[in-house]
Design a protein around this ligand. Structure first.
Ligand code: 13P
Length: 329
């Protein structure tokens, strides 16, 4: 199938993407925080609980996995990509290997993972991966982001995206401008615009087909420690305005990350975007805003799998409703 057809499926009307691709270290930390032993099998059982949620495919087009989960199986013996395909869900795979300090740019990072990526993508594709994800992180504050950090990350994103398309895998291009900091909403808008302009310049330079790629940006929000408040209408207006100024119309779709926003706030901000005309399908590719309530409800206890699944189903319904105009809570 062409990357264009897959990308269209990923951002189908009323559907979002579930980001369940936390690294082993991040997932282990989240399990521990929830009082659950951070073992390989608990990470597996948690992901099995999520992806076997009844009716998941009604509001979700695909699930992003990390390498560990990609190679694990559900308790009935099906590899995760097969279990996803059986329920009508596309399999995504996070292929970056994390953000490392960028030389010459104190306090900023560049995302790594290009070495051997062609071979890894070919293997993932042969095992059922239909799309991939690479996340760059951009920080705001004290002269940051620098052009050096933006461009290094944009270049890596473009090389990754070109390699994905070569393997018939849709790249999710995720340049996340972090919420952490005391910066204003206007500073977030400016950093997001500068970042996106650099990203699309590099994507074009690398020959990436934009209609076969999905952008996963942050929403434009005030810094977490800024004391500034923005209601959903303000967030939607600033976000859509920023995207209109920087994202080419050919991009197959835009799927927002939640970035640590409170669960319901992320949904309300998403819903407020419906009031704006934009040239791309807009949807969600949330991690925490979809799964946090499910992790809390599950507690790592087999007898609470249904409670965890109910919590996930509730947030999937809420966010799907944000896209189509139904009851969100
Ligand atoms: P959050 O929605 O928790 O930000 O996660 C999305 C994601 O995939 C981050 O890379």
């Amino acid at each position: 199938m062409s990357v264009q057809a897959t990308a269209t499926e990923m951002v189908a009307p009323g559907k979002g993407i579930l980001a369940a691709d936390e690294s082993i270290a991040t997932m282990s930390a989240r399990l521990e925080k929830a009082g659950i032993a951070p073992t390989e099998d608990n990470r597996r059982a948690y992901r099995e609980m999520l992806v076997t949620t009844p009716g998941l495919a009604e509001g979700i087009s695909g699930v992003i996995l990390c390498d560990e989960t990609f190679h694990q199986s559900t308790s009935d013996g099906r590899p995760f990509p097969v279990a996803l395909a059986d329920t009508g869900l596309l399999t995504g795979i996070k292929v970056d290997t994390g953000a490392e300090p960028l030389a010459g740019a104190p306090g900023e990072k560049v995302t790594e993972g290009l070495d051997g990526l062609r071979e890894r993508l070919a293997e993932y594709a042969s095992l059922g991966a239909r799309f991939a994800k690479w996340r760059a992180v951009i920080v705001i504050g004290e002269g940051r982001p620098t052009s050096r950090a933006r461009r290094a990350n944009a270049h890596a994103l473009a090389r990754y995206a070109a390699l994905c398309q070569e393997a018939a895998v849709v790249p999710i291009v995720e340049p996340e401008v972090l919420m952490e900091g005391e910066h204003s909403m206007a500073a977030c808008a400016a950093a997001t615009t500068a970042t996106l302009l650099d990203v699309f310049a590099e994507l074009r330079e690398a020959g990436v087909a934009l209609d076969g790629a999905v952008l996963k940006p942050n929403m434009v929000v005030p810094g977490k420690s800024s004391g500034e408040r923005a209601d959903p209408e303000q967030v939607a207006k600033a976000t859509v305005g920023t995207l209109r100024g920087a994202v080419p119309a050919e991009v197959a779709g835009i799927a927002f990350l939640s970035g640590g926003q409170p669960v319901i706030q992320a949904t309300e901000n998403l819903a407020a975007m419906r009031d704006f005309e934009v040239p791309w399908p807009l949807t969600f590719s949330f991690g925490r805003a979809l799964v946090d309530p499910a992790l809390a409800a599950w507690q790592g206890r087999p007898e609470r799998v249904e409670a965890g699944q109910d919590a996930l189903a509730d947030r999937v319904r809420g966010n799907a409703a944000a896209l189509t105009g139904g009851d969100m809570v």
